[in-house]
Design a binder for this molecule. Structure first.
Ligand code: UD1
Ligand code: UDP
Length: 366
C-alpha cells in the first residue's frame, strides 16, 4: 500500500478524513489501521458514517486502559499490521496515545512517517498529549505544521527545516466541506428547542480537568455563573470520560447546564456555529470556534493553539469560576472579526503533494 493511516480517536477521524478523501481523488492506495482507542459508536463509527469514510482495514480493538498498557498493546498491533501492509508512508495526526504508538512503530520500520498537525506545544509536560506530540515530532520524517508558529516551535527544538511543510490545519478542510451540509441537514437547533434563544456550548473531557474532582466541580460552577450572568442556557455534550467521572464523583450538574450525549459531527458543527459563546478544554473545538467566528473561552492554564488567542478569538480562563465568568464576559463583548489563522482548507492536498508518492492524478501534480 502507498499510505497507511494509523488513527484511533474522534478528533483523528475528523481531521484525517480530508486526507483520506484526497487519497481517493488522487488514486493513492491506502490502508486504515484503527487502534480501537475510541470504540463507543458516538466517538467512532458515527464519524466514519457521516464523513463517508470506508471501514478501517484493521481494528486492533485496544480499548481503554492505563497509558502504558494501552500504548503497548497498540504498538504490538500496529507493528503487525504495518508488516502485513508494507506501506511507503505512515500518517498519524495529533497527540493521542494512538499517535504515539503509530509513530514509534513506524519509525522503526521501512516506511516514512508523516505527522499531521506537527509542532503544537503547550510547554506543559504534565499533559500526556504534550509527551505524545514531542516524541512523535522527533521521530517523523515529514512534519506537517499547521501554522508558521508551529514551524517555529519545531525549528526551536532543532528539527531540520527540510522536514517541515506548513500546510494549514486539516480541521479547516473538514469544516469548510461540511458547514453548509450541516446547515441544510442538521436539525439539532430545533431538536434541542434552541431557536431564537441565547445559548453557550461547552465541552470538557481533558484528563487534568475531569479526573480531578475539585477542578471539575469548579469548572461546572464557573460555567453556571457565566450562564447566569448572561441569562443563557449551556449545552454540554458529555464525553464518556467526563460522564464516567461525573458518576464516580457523584457530581450534580448545575441547572443551566443541559447535558446531552456526544453529538455527531454535523450536529456539533451546526450547534457550535449558532452558539453565542463556546467554553471548552478541547483542542479541536478551540480551532473550530476560531474558524466559525464564535468567541471561545478555554478552561485550561495553557493552550497549544496560541494562534487563537493572538487573533483575539480565544481566552484562557483556567478552571477558576471567577476567571471563567470574567473571560466569558470579555469574549462576549468583543467583536468577532478576526482572521482564521489555520489556513484555506487545502491542507490535505498540500500534505499529499509533499510526500514521496507517485501521484497519478493530474490535478495534484500541477
Ligand atoms: C483521548 C486523548 C485526548 C483526546 C481525546 C479525544 C490520549 C492520552 N488522550 O482522551 O488527547 O483529546 O481522546 O476525545 O490519547 N471511553 C468510552 N468509550 C470510548 C472511549 C473512551 O467510554 O470509546 C471512556 C472510558 O471510560 C475511558 C475514558 O473514556 O477510560 C478515557 O478514554 P481514553 O481513550 O483513555 O482517553 P480520552 O479521554 O478519550
Ligand atoms: N465533536 C463532535 N461532537 C461532540 C463534541 C466534539 O463531533 O459532541 C468534534 C468537534 O467538532 C471536534 C472534535 O470532536 O472536531 C474534537 O474532539 P475532542 O474534543 O474529543 O478532542 P481534542 O480535539 O481535544 O483532542
Amino acid at each position: 500500500t502507498d499510505v497507511a493511516f494509523v488513527l484511533g480517536t474522534r478528533p483523528e477521524i475528523i481531521k484525517l478524513a480530508p486526507v483520506v478523501q484526497a487519497c481517493q481523488r488522487f488514486e493513492v492506495d491506502y490502508t486504515i489501521i484503527h487502534t480501537g482507542q475510541h470504540y463507543s459508536d458516538s466517538l467512532d463509527s458515527v464519524f466514519f458514517d457521516q464523513l463517508e469514510l470506508p471501514e478501517p482495514d484493521y481494528n486492533l480493538g485496544v480499548g481503554s486502559s492505563s497509558h502504558g498498557e494501552q500504548t503497548g498493546e497498540m504498538l504490538i498491533g500496529i507493528e503487525r499490521a504495518l508488516t502485513e501492509t508494507a506501506p511507503d508512508v505512515v500518517l498519524v495526526q495529533g497527540d493521542t496515545n494512538s499517535v504515539l504508538a503509530g509513530a514509534i512503530a513506524a519509525s522503526k520500520m521501512d516506511a516514512e512517517l508523516g505527522h499531521v498537525e506537527a509542532g503544537l506545544r503547550s510547554f506543559d509536560r504534565s499533559m500526556p498529549e504534550e509527551t505524545n506530540r514531542v516524541v512523535s515530532d522527533h521521530v517523523s520524517e515529514y512534519l506537517f505544521a499547521p501554522t508558521e508558529q508551529s514551524k517555529t516551535y519545531l525549528l526551536d527544538e532543532g528539527l531540520s527545516e527540510h522536514r517541515i511543510t506548513v500546510t494549514g490545519n486539516t480541521v479547516v478542510d473538514a469544516l469548510l466541506r461540511n458547514r453548509e451540509i450541516a446547515r441544510q441537514k442538521s436539525n439539532v437547533i430545533a431538536d434541542l428547542g434552541l431557536e431564537g434563544t441565547e445559548f453557550f456550548v461547552m465541552t470538557a473531557h481533558r484528563q487534568e480537568n475531569v479526573d480531578d474532582e475539585a477542578r471539575f466541580r469548579e469548572l461546572l460552577a464557573g460555567v453556571e455563573r457565566a450562564a447566569e450572568a448572561h441569562d443563557a442556557e449551556v449545552i454540554y455534550p458529555v464525553h464518556p470520560r467526563a460522564r464516567d467521572r461525573l458518576e464516580a464523583f457523584g457530581l450534580d450538574v448545575p441547572d443551566r447546564i443541559r447535558t446531552i450525549e456526544p453529538l455527531e459531527y454535523l450536529d456539533f458543527l451546526r450547534l457550535s456555529s449558532m452558539a453565542d459563546l463556546i467554553l471548552t478544554d478541547s483542542g479541536g473545538v478551540q480551532e473550530e470556534a476560531c474558524i466559525l467566528g464564535v468567541p471561545c473561552v478555554t478552561m485550561r492554564d495553557n493552550t497549544e493553539r496560541p494562534e487563537t488567542i493572538d487573533v483575539g478569538a480565544n481566552r484562557l480562563s483556567s478552571c477558576d469560576p471567577g476567571q471563567i465568568v470574567a473571560s466569558a464576559t470579555e469574549m462576549l463583548l468583543k467583536g468577532n472579526d478576526w482572521e482564521n489563522p489555520f489556513g484555506d482548507g487545502d491542507a490535505a492536498e498540500r500534505i499529499l503533494r509533499a510526500l514521496p508518492l507517485e501521484i497519478k492524478s493530474r490535478e495534484v501534480a500541477q
